[in-house]
Ligand binder design. Structure first.
Ligand code: OGA
Ligand code: MN
Length: 195
């Protein structure tokens, strides 16, 4: 069992953490099956902020399906991420008011160029969570999450089933390297209330 308190500690320092086995393979597979069943409802993801929504294939080529509470309430992943939100609020006093999330599929050959999830103080996203759903993901499949660290180095994280990555949304630039196989995930943000 993953310690949620350890995730809170890691967010204080170094500000990010990777947790293999946050979901078991079976749990990840159930969510993957659900995502695939809804494949026709996914649409091309946009970029931009403050309501300025645009599509730009040069920046990202994934497709997403936003989840609402009704979809999410019965999903184990949603429940586990809500548990984590409660622990983070208790430990870190961040005032994380809600979880917003979407499923994402990166068709073969797609990617997401280097970016940051929160444009400083212009967004209510505080913490990013990414949960991967791909069984048997191997190095040659590419599609790593490349996280740019404070010291100028980067870390490449393989998007394997059940793994959760958590990081401070305003602090780490990151990108998704081109995936050579269809790549599935759930991405979420713990948000504070807009003031
Ligand atoms: C995002 C994102 C990373 C990933 O959706 O903003 O950066 O590994 N996703 O899927
Ligand atoms: Mn991102």
């Amino acid at each position: 069992m993953v310690s949620l308190d350890a995730i809170a500690d890691a967010l204080v320092d170094p500000g990010w953490v990777e947790i293999p086995g946050f979901l078991s393979e079976r749990e990840a597979d159930a969510l993957l099956t659900h995502a695939k069943a809804r494949r026709d409802d996914f649409s091309r993801a946009g970029i931009g902020r403050a309501g300025l929504h645009q599509l730009n294939a040069a920046i990202r080529s994934d497709e997403v399906l936003w989840l609402d509470k009704e979809d999410g309430a019965d999903s184990l992943a949603w429940h586990r991420l809500e548990e984590l939100r409660a622990v983070l609020n208790q430990a870190l006093f961040l005032g994380l008011a809600e979880l917003e999330c979407h499923l994402a599929v990166y068709p073969e050959g797609s990617f997401y160029a280097r970016h940051i999830d929160q444009h400083r103080n212009q967004d209510t996203r505080v913490i990013t969570v990414v949960l991967y759903l791909n069984p048997d993901w191997r190095d040659e499949h590419g599609g790593e999450l490349r996280l740019y660290l404070d010291d100028g180095t980067h870390r490449d994280i393989r998007p394997e089933a059940g793994k959760l990555v958590v990081f401070m949304s305003d602090r780490f630039e990151h990108e998704v390297l081109p995936a050579k196989r269809e790549r599935w995930s759930l991405t979420g943000w713990y948000r504070r209330r807009a003031v």
